[in-house]
Structure formats: structure tokens, C-alpha cells
Design a protein around this ligand. Structure first.
Ligand code: ADP
Ligand code: MG
Length: 853
């Protein structure tokens, strides 16, 4: 298709996703800068004009077990270390400037690690001007003579361009001139910036040959910096305050009515020459430097975007002034971007807030990479994933370029030194991926602009018409008609006899009439086609509407579901709250119970302890009691033994007394027999018992009777002969019977007449009596109660009281005896019974009378 000499870039992204749109891959170029020092290790080798090879540095190979293979990367073109700035410009930037002049947008950015030569490539150095000054130079060289006067074009602050009439422009010029009191000559600058003339030598001047001379042009430049994902205007005319310098204000991105992104409120300076443009660039550059120093930024971590905007509008019919129609103004722009170093954060060894900032800068490069990846994936796999342009300012700003709003070119800068190997590898991978992304080729589709300049007026019209009809699917023979449209012959009649002019004119007019008719017919056909197309579209629209309606219904259903779910959620939340409350209460109850349990356990413990103590007390008591019992038992055993002994003694005594009596009786008998027959005594007895005179014997007996009883068996006690009559005689007795004494049925109770009976010892009673009897009851060893009758004499003491001298003890004892057994008992028993005075032979109770010494 022949490209018209003049066209307009469509501002609005059209239906670009259609498959018939021509696409170009992103142009990726590679530039290798020379090594800093000759003896440095080099890891990049240029093996052809389009391919480079990366070698892993020796140290790295050794570290990673040599598992490295040489990697090759291909680009649209590779520029080696000897490439001049001019050569690079010719290949990479010049076509973009050509496009710019022809109303097409362009984006050129440099990518690479810090120190790889991005800034050198973009800006250059004196004598070695980079792409930016060269683009400006070529632009001004090309459109210089066709520039409009200052302020004829005026940015409308919405990314559009207005046209002012001559008078308005003049007034504004005067106003600005009066405002600018400061002289603007280069000599007034504080620090000498490189002049443009220093950067590019005049023999390298470059120019586009295809400039539309029927148009008027104006160039505007803007310069922004993106740092930490904030946009700063580097050309902002902030009043300079040397004492309190304000931090720069960040700018926001907006979308204009054609969906193109722009920096809102960004300063756009109209420049009329390369020098002026370059001066403005340096002004921004200086501002950037100052900001970096003041805010302690790292310059390598910011992106800078220098935008050259070209406004062009056709001249009016006179060819003197710009056509006063805003719609006829075309604006195209070329963005020259010097990106931040692509290295990862740790390489710069930044810390704290700078690290965060650096992270954010890296983030924007990351986003750029992600966008490219998604674009590539969408294009290769036919997917329609959303490209995350909005994730960073840089990608958001250039969104339109990747969507097909202009040509995109990238120069990948590499420093071949071995230190950069790892980072260079990443750069290469990104570059390779970027190449696979295709960007729609900007097509020339003028929106209106039918009032072109003088020279190409008809041609432009023809082209326009043909193209439009073609687009609508009409037959393309209209062009032919137009081609055949005969020019009007000169119709000036100077000679009355001229009979040729009029017929020729008539003929031409007739031909034109015929053509007109044909065109009308064609027009009708086209109109019909158009109306049928419209109908089709309408039916499509209706179908779409029903679809939309369906979707809306579905949406409503979903909404309802959401509402329902939300209610359910609320209910569950309430329930969970109630349960939580219950759990709380239960927890508290449990706590109380636990406390109770603890206190009860404590009580139990104390009780157990008390019990233990009592048990041990009891055991001690038992032991003590056992001791007491044993003691008592021993005591009683001794007592019994003693009594038995006493009894034995008593019995011996009795025996002895009986013997004595017998002996006395014998003696008496013998004496009386001797009295009658003194010689009848047997001589055998004499030597055994020496005869004593009877008086002496009587005295001995009397002595013996009056003597107090002696326990000594050898000193025989003289027991007074007891007679019951004595106890029952005329003596007066005190019968002391303690109140706790029991009435027993002992048969042989003592009977004491005239006795004074007392229950407690009574002195008064004693004073009246001579004898005292105490009835003492105790438990005998055989378990029977025995009653002791303790008898004594009462004496009057010298002090006037009474004393009792116990003289006799009688024991009354009860025992059970079967009478039949008694009768049957043998002679042994009988002897035992001899001592018992049996007064009641059939009684079961026997009274034993014993005398105790
Ligand atoms: P970047 O902007 O990528 O951090 P620079 O452009 O500042 O790197 O380059 C760093 C240094 O290397 C500068 O001193 C520059 O002059 C030099 N340099 C870069 N590329 C080249 C080149 N192609 N030829 C000569 N010197 C270069
Ligand atoms: Mg740089």
C-alpha cells in the first residue's frame, strides 16, 4: 500500500486486536561499551552483527563446577565497542524522527545495568553527542523553515493542542517577554553546560527529506523523572528559594479523551531551535542533579523521560497562516527514556529508606518485565490476560505504545566486564523476551484533514477517498473516476468568434456530468450497502442487548445469592458468639468447681491428718494401757503370791497351835495319869518332852495368848481364843458399812446387837463405842465378791480424838457348790471340809471363816 505523504496518527486505540492489523516486533538493539581498562576480563563477545555470546567468567565457572555453556543472544542489530554515536543514531533513532515528522509516535529506551552506557548512549558527551541531541538536531534541521510562530500552538493542559490566531499569539508573546526579566543568553548560566555545538559537529548534521511543506510545525519538549514511583517535573519553574528549598512536587498520570496517558500539569516548553531545546534539557538535567544531591538520592536509580512533541497543522488556503481548526492539528511525540540501572538491589548495597526506594525502582523495572511477559504470552498463546501497566508509573505512562500507539525500540547496553556477568545475563534474557513482543504498526488513518496544503491537495483527497471506500468494502473504481475527471479547459472568451471554447467546455461538462451520474449511482450503491450494514449492526446490537440482559439477570441472581450468604454468615457469626459466651460461662463454672474441689481436697487432707494423729494417739494410749494392765497384773500376782504365802504361814501357825494344843492336852492327860499313877508314864516320852511344872506351863500359855501375833514362824503367836460371844457380847460396836456395799445373801452374816450403823467414819459414833467393824467388799481373783470384816479396838487419844487399832479381819465369801457332788465326794475332800464350820449342810452358800494375822 502506498503510504500517503501526509497522515495523522490515530489518537484513539482502535480495534487493534483484530488479526489483520500489521504488527512489528519491538526493535531491540544491543550496544556493547568498551571495557574500562584493557586488562579487565571480558565476558561478552560479538560474534556477528546480530548475535553476541556470553562467556561465564573463569572464577564463576570454577565456582559452579563448570556446568556453564556459552549462551548466545540475537538482536535486531548489535553495535560493538567501536560503534560511533552517529552510526547508532542512523540505525536506531533516525527512523523514529522520520516517523515523528510523519505524525507517528515513538518510544526509545535504554536498558541495562548501571555503568553499561545508557546515559552515554542517550545523552552522550561533548564531541560524542548521544541520541537525544541528534534527534533534536535532525528534527530542527528538517522542519526548521516551516515552524509556526511561538504560541500559535498552545498546549491545552489535557494533552491536546490548540491553535491561536496570529493576534492572540502575538499578545501572548509580548506578555511572556515582559515576564521574563532574566536574560536568557547562554553566557548568563552559572555553570557552563556543554553547548549543543560541543556535542555534535556540524558535518554530522542530519535531515529528513519528506517534510510536508504545506504544514506548520511547532516543537514542545518536556522532561520528567520517575524516582521511587513518583513523577517529578524537571522543567517546572519553581520560584527559587535559597534558604528554604521546597521538596519537588510529584505529578500524577491522567488519561486524555483519546485514552492516551500523560503527566498532568507537566511543563511543556516550546522550543524553536536545537540550541534552545538542548538548553532546556540541561536545565532539567541540572535540576535532577540538585534534587539527587539534596534528597540524597542515587541517580542511577531514577528513570528520566525526555519527550519531544511535534505539533503540526495545515496552512490555510493562502498558505500564509495555520488553519484555525483545532481538529486539524496533529500531535506526535517521541519519548527518549534513560531507564534506571536494572541491577538487583543488593548490588548497590543501599540501606534503609534508600533500599526501599531502590526496591520501588526495581519494582517498576519488574513491572516492565512483567508487562512484556504478559504481552508476549497473550500474543503467542492467544490469551487475553490483563497487562499490569498500572502497577508502576513508567509502564502506565507507556501503556499506549505497547498497545500499538507507536514504534517501540530498545537499546540494551552491556558492559562486557566479568563483574557484570550475572546481571548481563538477566538483561539479555529480558531483551530476548522483549523482542518476541509485537506491537501494532501505527497506521495512517487521517480522521479528517481534507483541507491539505497547496501542493498535494488533490492527491491527498484521492488517497483519502480511496482508502475510506476500501475500508468500507466499496468497489475501488472511484479512484478511476476521479482519475478520469477531466480538467476544466480555460473558459475565458476573448474572441466573439471563438467557437471552440464553449463546445469544449460543454463537452467537458457533459463528461463531468456523466461521471457525476456514475458517482451518484455508485454513491447510492454504497449507501445501500451501508444501510444494510447498519441493519446488520443493529441486529447484532439487539443480540448483544439480550445477551447483556441475560448477564444482568445472572448478576442479579448472584447478588441475591450473595445477600443470602451474607445473612447466613451473620447468623453463623451470631451463633458462634452465643457459643463463645456459653463456653465462657462453662469455663467460669468449671473454675468455681475446681476451686471447690481444691478446698474440699484440702479439708480431706486435714481430716486425714487429724485421723492419723488420733490413731497414733490411740495406739500410744493402748500401749500405755497395756503397760498399766501388765503392771497391775504383776502387782496382783505379787499380791496373790504374798497372800498365798501369808495363808500358808497362817495354816502352819494353826497347825502349830493345834499341835501345841494337842501337846498340852497330851501333857494334861499325861499329868493327870501320872497324878494317879506317876509311874505309869512311859519312860519313852520323857526324854522327848521335858516335864515342866504346870504353873509354868499355864503361864507360858497365858503369855502366848496375850502376845501380839508375830509373823515369825519361830515366835509362835499367841492368838486370843475367839469366841463369837465376844463379838456379840456387851461391847458397843460401830458398824461401818460404806454406801456402795452390796447386800449379799451370804448365809453367815455377823449379827451385832446394839451396834451404831454408819456409812461413813463417824467420830461421834466412835466416841460412844469400843469396837469398830468395817465391812469392805472387793472382787476376788475367782470373780466372786468377797466381804472383809475388819475389826478393831477404839482408843481415846491423848489429844481427845479416837484411834482405831485393827485387830482382826474376817472374810465372807460366796461360792456355789452342788449338794449331790458333796455327798459323793471322797475322803480327800472331806479333810478339806473339816475346817469349815458347816452350819447349813444343805445350803448352797458356805460361810468360810478364816483368821488373818
Ligand atoms: P549508565 O548510564 O548505564 O549508568 P553511563 O552512560 O554513565 O552508564 O556510562 C558509564 C561510563 O562509561 C561513562 O563514563 C561513559 O562515558 C562510559 N561509556 C559508556 N558507554 C561508552 C561507550 N560506548 N564508549 C565509550 N565510553 C562509554
Ligand atoms: Mg545513567
Amino acid at each position: 500500500m502506498q503510504r500517503p505523504p501526509k497522515g495523522k496518527t490515530p489518537r484513539r486505540p482502535g480495534p487493534k486486536k483484530a488479526s489483520n492489523i500489521e504488527k512489528d516486533p519491538v526493535g531491540v538493539y544491543c550496544r556493547i561499551r568498551p571495557l574500562g581498562t584493557v586488562d579487565e576480563e571480558c565476558c561478552v563477545e560479538m560474534i556477528s552483527s546480530t548475535t553476541i555470546q556470553l562467556h561465564a567468567p573463569d572464577g564463576l565457572k570454577a565456582n559452579r563446577n563448570g556446568e556453564f555453556k556459552e549462551t548466545q543472544y540475537s538482536f535486531k542489530k548489535v553495535f560493538g565497542i567501536n560503534t560511533t554515536q552517529m552510526e547508532l543514531f542512523e540505525d536506531v533513532a533516525k527512523p523514529l524522527v522520520e516517523d515523528l515528522i510523519h505524525c507517528k509516535n515513538g518510544l526509545l529506551f535504554t536498558y541495562g545495568v548501571t555503568g553499561s552506557g545508557k546515559t552515554y548512549t542517550m545523552t552522550g558527551s561533548p564531541g560524542e553527542g548521544g541520541l537525544l541531541p541528534r534527534c533534536l538536531d535532525m528534527l530542527f534541521n528538517s522542519i526548521g523553515p516551516f515552524q509556526a510562530k511561538r504560541f500559535v500552538f498552545k498546549p491545552d493542559d489535557k494533552n491536546g493542542m490548540e491553535v491561536q490566531c496570529q493576534v492572540e499569539a502575538l499578545l501572548e508573546r509580548q506578555k511572556r517577554e515582559s515576564q521574563q526579566s532574566m536574560p536568557k543568553t547562554p553566557s548568563s548560566r552559572q555553570k557552563a553546560d556543554p553547548e549543543f555545538t560541543d556535542m555534535i559537529s556540524s558535518e554530522q548534521a542530519c535531515k529528513s527529506e519528506n517534510v510536508d511543506e504545506d504544514c506548520c510545525y511547532s516543537i514542545f519538549v518536556s522532561y520528567i523523572e520517575v524516582y521511587n514511583n513518583y513523577i517529578y517535573d524537571l522543567l517546572e519553574d519553581a520560584p527559587f528559594d535559597p534558604i528554604r528549598s521546597k521538596p519537588p512536587q510529584s505529578r500524577i498520570l491522567r488519561e486524555d479523551q483519546n485514552h492516551n496517558m500523560y503527566v498532568a500539569g507537566c511543563t511543556e516548553v516550546e522550543v524553536k531551535s536545537t540550541d534552545e531545546a538542548f538548553e532546556v534539557f540541561w536545565k532539567g538535567q541540572k535540576k535532577r542533579r540538585i534534587a539527587n544531591t539534596q534528597l540524597n538520592r542515587e541517580s542511577s536509580r531514577s528513570h528520566s523521560v525526555f519527550t519531544v512533541k511535534l505539533a503540526q497543522a495545515p496552512l490555510d488556503a493562502d498558505g500564509d497562516h495555520v488553519l484555525q481548526d483545532k481538529n486539524q492539528v496533529n500531535v506526535s511525540q517521541l519519548c527518549l527514556v534513560d531507564l534506571a540501572g536494572s541491577e538487583r538491589t543488593n548490588r548497590t548495597r543501599a540501606e534503609g529508606s534508600r533500599l526501599r526506594e531502590a526496591g520501588s525502582i526495581n519494582q517498576s523495572l519488574m513491572t516492565l518485565r512483567t508487562c512484556i511477559e504478559v504481552l508476549r504470552e497473550n500474543q503467542m498463546c492467544g490469551t487475553n490476560k490483563m497487562v499490569p501497566y498500572r502497577d508502576s508509573k513508567v509502564t502506565h505512562l507507556f501503556k499506549n505504545y505497547f498497545d500499538g500507539e507507536g514504534k517501540v525500540r530498545m537499546i540494551v547496553c552491556v558492559n562486557p566486564k566479568a563483574d557484570d556477568y550475572d546481571e548481563s545475563l538477566l538483561v539479555m534474557r529480558f531483551a530476548e523476551m522483549t523482542q518476541e513482543v509485537e506491537v501494532a504498526r501505527p497506521v495512517d488513518r487521517p480522521i479528517c484533514g481534507l483541507t491539505a496544503g497547496r501542493r498535494y491537495k488533490n492527491q491527498a483527497f484521492r488517497d483519502e477517498l480511496t482508502q475510506r471506500l476500501e475500508e468500507r468494502g466499496s468497489p475501488s473504481n472511484v479512484g478511476e473516476f476521479i482519475e478520469r475527471l477531466p480538467a476544466l479547459p480555460p473558459c475565458e472568451l476573448v474572441d466573439p468568434s471563438d467557437d471552440q471554447t464553449l463546445p469544449r467546455l460543454i463537452e467537458v461538462l457533459e463528461r463531468r456530468h456523466r461521471i457525476r451520474q456514475m458517482m451518484t449511482a455508485q454513491y447510492n450503491i454504497t449507501a445501500n450497502t451501508l444501510s444494510s450494514m447498519l441493519q446488520q449492526l443493529e441486529s447484532q446490537l439487539a443480540a448483544n442487548e439480550t445477551f447483556l440482559y441475560d448477564q444482568r439477570n445472572k448478576l442479579n441472581e448472584k447478588d441475591k445469592m450473595i445477600v443470602h450468604q451474607r445473612a447466613e454468615l451473620e447468623r453463623l457469626e451470631k451463633k458462634s458468639k452465643t457459643l463463645e459466651y456459653k463456653v465462657d460461662v462453662l469455663q467460669k463454672t468449671t473454675d468455681v468447681y475446681e476451686q471447690d474441689k481444691r478446698s474440699l481436697q484440702q479439708d480431706l487432707q486435714s481430716f486425714e491428718q487429724r485421723l492419723q494423729k488420733e490413731l497414733s494417739d490411740k495406739r500410744r494410749m493402748e500401749q500405755r494401757m497395756q503397760g498399766v494392765v501388765t503392771d497391775t497384773k504383776l502387782k496382783w500376782e505379787k499380791e496373790c503370791e504374798r497372800r498365798v504365802n501369808a495363808k500358808q504361814l497362817e495354816m502352819q501357825n494353826k497347825l502349830w497351835v493345834k499341835d501345841e494344843k494337842l501337846k498340852q492336852l497330851k501333857a494334861i492327860v499325861t499329868e493327870s495319869a501320872a497324878g494317879s499313877s506317876s509311874s505309869s508314864s512311859s519312860p519313852a516320852e520323857r526324854p522327848e518332852k521335858p516335864e515342866r511344872p504346870s504353873r509354868e506351863r499355864d503361864r507360858n500359855v497365858a503369855q502366848k495368848r496375850s502376845a501380839s501375833p508375830s509373823p515369825h514362824p519361830m515366835a509362835l503367836p499367841a492368838h486370843p481364843i475367839h469366841r463369837r460371844s465376844r463379838s456379840a457380847g456387851g461391847e458397843k460396836w460401830v458398824d461401818h458399812k460404806p454406801p456402795n456395799n452390796l447386800e449379799l445373801d451370804t448365809v453367815m452374816q455377823p449379827i451385832i446387837p446394839n451396834a451404831i450403823k454408819v456409812s461413813t467414819p463417824n467420830e461421834k459414833a466412835l466416841s460412844k463405842c469400843h469396837k469398830y467393824l468395817l465391812r469392805h467388799q472387793e472382787l476376788a481373783s475367782d470373780g466372786e465378791i468377797e466381804t472383809k470384816l475388819i475389826k478393831g479396838d477404839v482408843f481415846k487419844t491423848r489429844t481427845g480424838g479416837q484411834a482405831v487399832h485393827f485387830t482382826d479381819v474376817e472374810t465372807l465369801k460366796e461360792c456355789t457348790m452342788a449338794p449331790s457332788r458333796k455327798r459323793r465326794s471322797g475322803s480327800g475332800e472331806r479333810t478339806h471340809m473339816e475346817d469349815i464350820e458347816n452350819r447349813a449342810p444343805v445350803a448352797s452358800n458356805v460361810y468360810q471363816k478364816r483368821r488373818k494375822p
